[in-house]
Design a protein around this ligand. Structure first.
Ligand SMILES: Nc1ncnc2c1ncn2[C@@H]1O[C@H](COP(=O)(O)OP(=O)(O)OP(=O)(O)O)[C@@H](O)[C@H]1O
Ligand SMILES: [Mg+2]
Length: 201
């Protein structure tokens, strides 16, 4: 899915403009980092790209309807469900048998270095594990547009590298991947950068 922004700007009612005059095309098969200081509007921009928030000014054009997955800044899982259940579900939703779904879920968990915690309850995962699991779940649903908010905030260098490489692989399979991040490592792994500091209102 391609999402094109034309002169997009946003402000919340009484506040100053967060950003203005943002013209950019997020294309299929690309990874883009959205950067800028805390409070500059990165999460807000993801909401606009996802279509859940209308910008104050400008146009958002999407090429086609498709699967949009949004991985939030704070991981939201189901506390009493095991890690693997979270990843089995999207495969079941695609119509695969329970057995195949479980095999694929194990493969996906391995990609994110989560095999060791497959049977652990979500509530018992560490912050970084929970965050990687939410990414694994999103990737398992083969999205056309994948929006990821601060994927590496709670990760060490090794885990951050794992996440960065899986995000690139997801783009290679045809998704437009957009990552809001402060992390230089995640930024480097993206093909291009939108810096909100360049678009301050
Ligand atoms: N619904 C809302 N109503 C009013 N103000 C809001 C709303 N949502 C966000 N804001 C404000 O808009 C600004 C931008 O928020 P946003 O979450 O997009 O920043 P961010 O760049 O993602 O920051 P961080 O790096 O801390 O995640 C903040 O000052 C925030 O308090
Ligand atoms: Mg944010």
């Amino acid at each position: 899915m391609r999402v094109a922004l034309d002169q997009v700007g946003h402000r919340f009612t009484t506040q100053n403009w967060l950003f203005r005059h943002l013209t950019y095309s997020f294309d299929e098969g690309t990874t883009t980092a959205v950067t800028g200081p805390s409070g500059s509007g990165k999460s807000t921009l993801l909401a606009i790209i996802a279509g859940s928030l209308a910008p104050t000014e400008g146009q958002v054009n999407r090429t086609a309807a498709g699967r949009v997955r949004w991985v939030f800044q704070n991981p939201l899982g189901v506390p009493r469900r095991s890690a693997i259940d979270h990843v089995v579900l999207p495969y079941l939703a695609q119509g695969t048998s329970r057995k195949t779904a479980r095999c694929r879920a194990l493969d996906t968990l391995e990609l994110f270095d989560l095999l060791g915690v497959a049977d652990r309850l979500f509530a018992d995962l560490s912050g970084g594990e929970a965050q990687r699991l939410m990414l694994a779940r999103a990737v398992a649903s083969t999205p056309d547009l994948l929006l990821v908010d601060e994927p590496t905030a709670q990760l060490d260098r090794h885990a951050a590298e794992t996440v960065a490489s899986v995000l690139s692989a997801t783009a290679v399979s045809g998704a437009a991947v957009i990552v809001a991040t402060h992390d230089p490592l995640a930024r480097q792994a993206c093909g291009s950068i939108v810096d909100l500091s360049d678009h301050a209102g």
